[in-house]
Ligand binder design. Sequence first.
Ligand SMILES: [Zn+2]
Length: 453
Amino acid sequence: MSNPSSDQLYDLVITGATVLTGAPAGHVIDDAVIAVSNGRFARIEPAGAIGAPLRARRTVHLPGRVITPGLVNVHTHANLSMVRGVAEDLGFAPAYTPGIPQGHMVTPEEAYAIARLGALEALLFGSTLINDTFVHADIVTPAMAEIGLRVWSCGRIHDVDFSGVSVGRWDYVDAIGEKTLQDAIDLAERFEGKSGGRIGVQLAAHAPDTCSTPFLRRIARAAEETGLRVTTHLSQSKVELARIRERDDKSPPELLDEIGLLNERLTAAHCIHVSDSDIARIGKAGIHVAHIAKGNATGATIAPTHKLRAAGAKLALGTDNMHADMVEVMRWALAVGRIQLGAVTPDWQPATVFEMATMAGARAMGLEEEIGSIEVGKQADFVAFDFRQPHLTPATNPLGNLVHVAQGRDVELVAVGGEVMVEGGRPTRVDAEAIRRDAAAAIAALWKRAREG
Ligand SMILES: [Zn+2]
């Protein structure tokens, strides 16, 4: 705890709200005072513990609101908002699906417009960090970060020719691999720490089947050389399993383990189709699993969450190509976890999924000292939900309401690094309607080309 003097002038003070600090997940402070200085939390105390009102450049009184740490979405593709309302019903990941717009079809201008839509949606719903991978990362990364949230980004790294994958052809091309990997390394050199420190990079190896085995080794070397963390899709589909079995006579986790990528610096999305020995391997390695609770359940699959957790895997949450409401994802994670157990137990409670959406996400990003909870000294990333609404009344247990009842649309204010990026449910730095209009036009053009083949 800092030792604040009574005449200190804070940059921002928030009063009147109930705060779920996330440290630990069930901790609640009613009628709290949050003071922010130099972008970081300087004080978090009950109002009763503070004598005279704190002096601040700006004070915002938020009675009836519930404040949480910023939500951390560890696996998403903002650009895939282009296939929303359709991809959810095709039963498979968009990259493997014919007849819909694909990443290799997206122009830089279109990527810019659509990524901003996805990032804006995420921010408005209370995500203060997204780990986003897709295409044209050099253009979309700063464009998304400008909107106000933290963007950990990377172009997808692969040596497969994606134009064949959706029609069942896996052609590996050295030049594609070299370019996508070099682009990722260049991205980190150019942008890491930029946009007020809101940009970071993880090496996004797309998936075991879309990277050849020699190329996966090359990525592992690059991760060692650069010190960058790695993110991937893992054991996402039976197609991936069949490809790796045919190609390497291994399971995807076995392959990544042999190559040296299966470790605590890896965040792997999905981990659905895993055997008991895969689960043991994943757990022993201590990887972070991006549990895509809503997206996978919608696709009629789900990761074996209990077994993974019991084995030692660390579960965080992601939206993947579904819409970017992490509140809804918490709710799905709770529900599917209970369905898998066939009971309501202490294994899956609101605090469990709240922790997954906050601190576990921060750990997956290697940022647990900086974000993920409302604690003195950490970056002041927080979200105020407006609980003064019929569906959130009564708030007998605010955390229970947040997970069972609230929606991303209940977010009223979002701060990132102490700067208010959303106020009154509107972005403070960008024109939401212009972003929506530009993205809609770009997506319409893409669908037209996809339909024309
Ligand atoms: Zn994904």
